[in-house]
Design a protein around this ligand. Structure first.
Ligand code: NAP
Length: 262
């Protein structure tokens, strides 16, 4: 029986990169998405194809759910339960930037609530649901080692004053990682934060020129855009249990962007 991974925001971008790497490892997948049905279908197909290049046969499903909504979160977990009857890996990847980048002196409470609901409250409570179920699964089979991953951002530590709500949401997610890591260790459930830098996805299209310039000038020691598969490979390392004595740990996937330099 294949292990099972649930990836939020699995339809595009980083979520797609993660899904493909997990498919190659033979994970059955639930790809959650907000509204982009076509992209989710395409990713599903790509995952099945990626698995077959490694002689693996996987089952993949897509499921629309807005992770900021409690009823949607419940339906999502219920769906996984019905379809797969197990959950080995939860990847909290879905996230949004503010609809409008605005200086912190002018930014609105509405935008703050929207971003925090999706980027912070959603994963916090989705993880609560998943973790309770993972604990129950471990009671039935103590050999299991379920895992949880939070995709935060370099913005957890780097201040961007024109998208403060995004930075706050990602800094909060770092604490969520620590909290669940501390709480779940006794059940053999390790929890990780992956902190991507500048990754080439739809999310950064509006600021592509700015980042092209910064990257060519050496903002990160590795002078290239990050790719979704770079993040996917980090999740794959976790999925393969290659970090068994680390929990609450941060993995930067940012080409060294976080290194303070003189
Ligand atoms: P993206 O290309 O814009 O994709 C966002 C994904 O999240 C899509 O699958 C989208 O679904 C889903 N989503 C959005 N709101 C949702 C909601 N309320 N409920 C469920 N799913 C929702 O973004 P990305 O660049 O891959 O980013 C993925 C994660 O990495 C985010 O948490 C982001 O903050 C983080 N990150 C990105 C970068 C970067 O440079 N790109 C850097 C650091 C961290 P639909 O397809 O249906 O819209």
């Amino acid at each position: 029986m294949n292990p099972v991974a649930l990836i939020t925001g699995g339809s595009r971008g980083i979520g797609r990169g993660i899904a493909i790497e997990l498919a190659k490892l033979g994970y059955d997948l639930i790809l959650n998405y907000a509204s982009n049905h076509e992209a989710a279908r395409l990713t599903l197909k790509e995952c099945v194809a990626a698995a077959s290049t490694k002689q693996r046969k996987i089952q993949a499903e897509i499921f629309q759910a807005d992770i900021s909504k409690p009823s949607h979160r419940r339906q999502l977990v219920d769906f996984v339960r019905r379809k797969f009857r197990r959950l080995d890996l939860l990847v909290n990847n879905a996230g949004v930037p503010p609809k409008v980048r605005q200086d912190i002196l002018n930014a609105t409470e509405k935008s703050f609530d929207e971003v925090l609901d999706i980027n912070l409250k959603g994963p916090y409570f989705l993880t609560q649901l998943a973790a309770r179920w993972m604990i129950a699964q471990r009671d039935e089979d103590p050999g299991r080692k379920p895992k949880i991953v939070f995709i935060s951002s370099i913005s957890a530590v780097a201040a961007s004053v024109n998208r403060g709500e995004y930075c706050v949401s990602k800094a909060g997610l770092s604490m969520v990682t620590k909290l669940y890591a501390a709480r779940l260790a006794e059940y053999g459930i390790n929890v990780y934060e992956i902190r991507p830098g500048i990754i080439e996805t739809d999310m950064v299209v509006p600021v592509k020129e700015k980042y092209d310039k910064l990257i060519s000038e050496g903002i990160s020691p590795i002078r290239r855009w990050g790719k979704p598969e770079d993040v996917g490979k980090a999740v794959a390392a976790i999925a393969q249990d290659l970090l068994p004595f680390s929990t609450g740990e941060v993995l930067y996937v940012d080409g060294g962007l976080h290194i303070e330099r003189l």
